[in-house]
Design a protein around this ligand. Structure first.
Ligand code: ADP
Ligand code: ASP
Ligand code: MG
Length: 408
């Protein structure tokens, strides 16, 4: 007998038929004697619909009220899922994030989970219930509803698995595992039977939406056994995220390619080159809770420096306003500009540690297609480049081929 958390994404609960299908799978696991906690997302398209509704009223919606609205999507699906289970004669009970008490900080629309009160869930499981929990939402210390950022139901699933010390967390989605890249962009992409935790963390942080990055962080921190599976096909084993220290010599050099269309580039030109500049530019941006990803700084012969960094597209204007209002005059920058027509492509693999020449192979492949590289950042197991967004799909396809990810 095991305790299993099963998380179902939007397409897996897109209509009553699929929810019945989900309930049938849960029933099969229950019949084997397992304790099951189900985490569901909103029906596919629903979160986007709710965000658009909010924007029809306020262009830049107040984040607290936005969370009140978007959290309703998951409240609908937990009720439907519990009903579908009851229809199969299974005892089921649904909980919103507030009812469980998934305690988060108060960063509305991108809150972080601080603690989960697992006592009620444990008691229900002991009493033979299947417990259905709303993904993506929590509650702050003052009782405000919060949400965990897009794709946040993955994080609810893994965090619950950690809190309950579950034997496994299964992420059911519309693909049958983690692929070498997004199969929607490269049809030749292949499913990976397993992937190391470190690689999954890089892929998620570089934009692979199959798992939200925070869910992978939780899995790593609490050593949650995590598997990505298809909710439509029962026969595949999916992809297991592994923690073993594997011999990296035997690993493929590159395991996957991730990309991200959600970033924008901000450039601060002609800044005097002296200590403290990076802090003066990025300090106010960080204080406004805007996350910064890539950063580069180039010093010219004239003693001034150009400073470029990327932020989420949604936060480009906010960051530009902060810089123009509070920073530009203060540091004497010549010009500040933003560009949201960029995309980031990253190749990831632990095998990179024992291989040289991966970066040059990547840059040559892009050069042969005439794709200009605007920014570069690297880690031990990743090389990421920023390119013009119109070349994104081409870049992913040619790199996938160049690193032979389509080969058996
Ligand atoms: P869910 O609603 O179930 O959470 P998501 O849309 O969030 O599903 O994530 C699944 C999608 O992630 C897939 O349909 C696929 O297009 C995309 N994806 C991106 N990168 C990958 C990858 N490397 N492997 C598999 N799927 C990927
Ligand atoms: N419904 C939320 C979203 O669309 C959370 C999730 O699906 O994981 O982002
Ligand atoms: Mg998702």
């Amino acid at each position: 007998m095991a305790l299993i958390v099963q998380k179902y994404g939007g397409t897996s609960v897109a209509n009553p038929e699929r929810i019945k299908n989900l309930a049938a799978r849960v029933a099969r696991y229950k019949a084997l004697g397992h304790k099951i906690v189900v985490v569901v997302s909103a029906m596919s398209g629903e979160t986007n619909r709710l965000i658009s509704l909010a924007k029809e009223i306020m262009t830049d919606p107040d984040p607290r009220e936005l969370d009140v609205m978007v959290s309703t999507g998951e409240q609908v699906t937990i009720g439907m899922t519990a009903l579908a289970l009851m229809e199969l004669g299974i005892k089921a009970k649904s909980y919103t994030g507030t009812q469980v008490k998934i305690l988060t900080d108060n960063a509305f629309t991108k809150a972080r989970i601080l603690n989960i009160d697992e006592s009620n869930i444990k008691q229900d499981l002991d009493n033979g219930y299947v417990v259905v929990v709303a993904g993506f939402q929590g509650v702050d210390a003052n009782g405000n509803i919060t949400t965990l950022g897009r794709g946040g139901s993955d994080t609810t699933g893994v965090a619950l698995a950690a809190a309950l010390k579950a034997d496994e967390c299964q992420i059911y989605t519309d693909v049958d595992g983690v692929y070498t890249t997004d199969p929607r962009v490269v049809p030749e992409a292949r499913r990976l039977n397993k992937i190391t935790f470190e690689e999954m963390l890089e892929l998620a942080s570089q934009g692979s939406k199959v798992l939200q990055i925070r869910s992978v962080e939780f899995a790593g921190k609490y050593k949650v056994k995590l598997r990505v599976l298809s909710s439509f096909e029962d026969e595949t084993e999916g992809t297991l995220i592994t923690f073993e220290e594997e011999n990296t010599m035997e690993q493929p050099v590159i395991s996957g390619i991730a990309f991200n269309r959600d970033e924008a580039k901000i450039t601060v030109l002609g800044v005097p080159d002296k200590p403290g500049i990076a802090y003066q530019i990025l300090g106010p941006v960080a204080e406004a809770n805007v996350d910064v990803d890539m950063i580069i700084q180039n010093t010219g012969a004239d003693g001034t420096t150009d400073f470029t960094f990327t932020v989420h597209k949604n936060e480009m204007n906010k960051a530009l306003n902060i810089l123009r209002d509070k920073v530009q005059g203060h540091i004497g920058a010549r010009e500040i500009s933003g560009d949201d027509k960029i995309a980031k492509v990253s190749v990831v693999g632990v095998g990179m540690r024992s291989h040289v020449g991966i970066a040059s192979q990547m840059f040559r492949t892009l050069a042969e297609e005439g794709i200009n590289i605007q920014m570069i950042s690297t880690s031990e197991i990743k090389i990421a480049v920023v390119v013009d967004e119109k070349y994104l799909e081409l870049a992913v396809r040619v790199l996938h081929k160049a690193f032979e990810l389509d080969a058996e």
